[in-house]
Write a protein that binds this ligand. Structure first.
Ligand SMILES: Nc1ncnc2c1ncn2[C@@H]1O[C@H](COP(=O)(O)OP(=O)(O)OP(=O)(O)O)[C@@H](O)[C@H]1O
Ligand SMILES: [Mg+2]
Length: 244
């Protein structure tokens, strides 16, 4: 199988007034189809920034005198050249996102939150048509994450770890080809975290999903196919010594 996603030479600098904060400085990564990659790096090293760029939620800097062009290719198509509608489709149908801070909608129930990407990807008419199956799938996913008794709760009535699990179920509802997960076990105790990891890896073998998992959790890193570090704005493979 070939590469599902190839990011080359990503640059991203934030500007805070007159101060420039360079975050990504030529970061590159290739994700082979079906591969699980754990991404480690210090707080502030740009892990979330990179994940958002890979998912088409943020854009890398344009080429300038300081840096060459940054590109993200998904199945050979460059995100930067897609139309708005194509990019929407990519985000809604091909990618599943688990955000670091969950981003659940407070006014929706657990079940409705998990179903949101299914609605976004289908539109109202198609969604209504498939609603029964989709609700069954969402219920099954949530139950597999131990939330079967929480379907009608609102996010504010859940613990941090429960919210995190809703976010994971939501990311998987559309059977994405690419899962981008930001600290998916960050708020879970060891046993629950291991269970979630089992569920994610089972999903990988069932649906062939490629995973980019930002983590500080050594257990996640241990079970990934490959570990990389984000350091000084670039991606380095595990085991490469720190520059002195
Ligand atoms: N919208 C923004 N505007 C300005 N600076 C930003 C913005 N988003 C991120 N940054 C800065 O970019 C750097 C990288 O942030 P990012 O969230 O990608 O780090 P991270 O590796 O995910 O960290 P953590 O492990 O703490 O989640 C940080 O120094 C942050 O302050
Ligand atoms: Mg982060």
């Amino acid at each position: 199988m070939g590469a599902l996603l190839e990011a080359n030479n990503l640059y991203k600098t934030y500007r805070m007034g007159k101060v420039r904060v360079p975050v990504l400085r030529g970061a590159s990564i290739t994700l082979e189809a079906g591969e699980v990659v754990a991404v480690l790096g210090k707080s502030g090293s740009g892990k979330s920034t990179m994940m958002h760029i890979l998912g088409g939620l943020d854009t890398p800097d344009k080429a300038s005198s300081d840096n060459a062009a940054s590109t993200v290719m998904f199945e050979g198509n460059e995100l930067g050249r897609m139309s708005g509608a194509e990019l929407d489709r990519y985000r809604a149908r091909r990618v599943g996102f688990v955000f670091q801070f969950y981003h659940l909608l407070p006014e929706l129930t657990v079940l409705e939150n998990a179903l949101l990407p299914a609605m976004a990807a289908r539109g109202r008419v198609k969604y209504t048509h498939e609603r029964t199956e989709l609700r069954a799938r969402a219920t099954e996913l949530l139950s597999s994450f131990g939330l079967g008794e929480r379907l009608k709760h609102r996010p504010a009535e859940l613990s941090g770890g429960e919210r995190q699990r809703v976010a994971i179920a939501r990311a998987l509802i559309n059977r994405p080809d690419l899962l981008l997960a930001d600290e998916p076990t960050g708020n879970l105790d060891e046993v629950t975290g291991a269970g979630i990891l089992d569920a994610l890896l089972a999903h990988r073998s069932e649906a062939g999903c490629t995973m980019f998992i930002v983590t500080h959790d050594p257990k996640v890193a241990q079970r990934a196919d490959r570990v990389v570090h984000l350091r000084d704005g670039v991606v380095v493979p595990e085991g490469q010594p720190e520059a002195v």
